[in-house]
Write a protein that binds this ligand. Sequence first.
Ligand code: PLP
Length: 393
Amino acid sequence: MTSAPRATPTPPTTTLADGIRHRFPIFERRTYVNSCSHGALSDSVRAAYDGYLAGLEDQGAPWDTWVGEQERVRALVARLLGADSAEVAVTTSASAGLNAVASAFDFSGPRDTVVVTDAEFPTVGQIWHATERRGARVVHVPRAADRTLPIEHFEKVIDDRTAVVSVTDVCYQDGARTDLTPVIELAHERGARVVADVFQSAGTVPLDVGALGADFVVGGMQKYLLGAPGAAYLYASAERTADYVPVHTGWFAAEDIFAMKVDGYEPAPDARRFESGTPPVPCLYAASAGLELLLDVGIEATAAHLDQLTAQLRSGIAGIGGTVVTPPPPASAAMVAVAASDDHAYVAALAEERVVVSCRAGNVRISPHCYNTPGDIDTVLAALYKHRHLLRR
Ligand SMILES: Cc1ncc(COP(=O)(O)O)c(C=O)c1O
């Protein structure tokens, strides 16, 4: 039995979003619930870009300031992940960080195998499959029918040939979340390293990479971290990854960048060795402003707020006869994905209602963040209901 979303909107209560929403102008125009694709632009990120341009106009090439901006991003990412700054590389994409990591593995010995899950973002699968040209064997971990990655699936494939296990925290297609701790423990017990992709979870749930025990962690700035594409990060555990030295490199990865050495390779001893060329300076301005705003709001508070909004979404979607394909918490984080008969048509229909969402693999992805209100969720549900002929039941 389906019914229209409540005619009486959710009664206004004070939420986390109330104090910050005015800083994101898009909400004057649209109901924006597409943070899994790109975070909403804030006043401070816009001002940060202006600051970069003002520096160009005023000083020409203030390299010291720019390098300082990169260090600011490094320190903020370290705070976000519970890491040391020396364990963070500031990269230009998650792919760039992962490529550098992949280049540090030698597959010519007994550990010639990469274990990759079917829930990875395509770039992750592609980067690891590219190592087949260097002799690697790539083995896939399938998802269960409920879209999760049960530990038993890893138990079957991680063995003494496994060099590295590459696993996403949250799946980009549908928001299914992996229980990473047992996977990391298993991989370590069997002598393998782990790369965790937190692009779809960082900023929505507290992360502590030390407690997690991951060896490498990759992510980027433009989604829930409220920054911009072009800046990303790689965490490399100081304790467990010191022996991994990338072949994929560049002068900003050198121990002494400004030594301008052309006749040798002396990589930085810390995670900076995974960096490459000139940093994406404008994007670093955006990244630090976005991260500062988010860390001020607070990740714990954001996670609690998202628990409420996603629960409201789930019950509202069930109420209109829709199917949520995202597993229930704790196997999910901020995204709620709804099965659609034509996902692109549904996204377009919602856009006509000024509701911004996105889609992947037959599902409409609704991804609120700290700035969304219960009222936004009411608006999304009303728009989903209006176009309910596009639900896949
Ligand atoms: C989970 C996940 N990993 C990786 C990527 C790709 O990152 P990049 O384009 O920065 O390499 C994305 C992009 O949406 C993603 O959602």
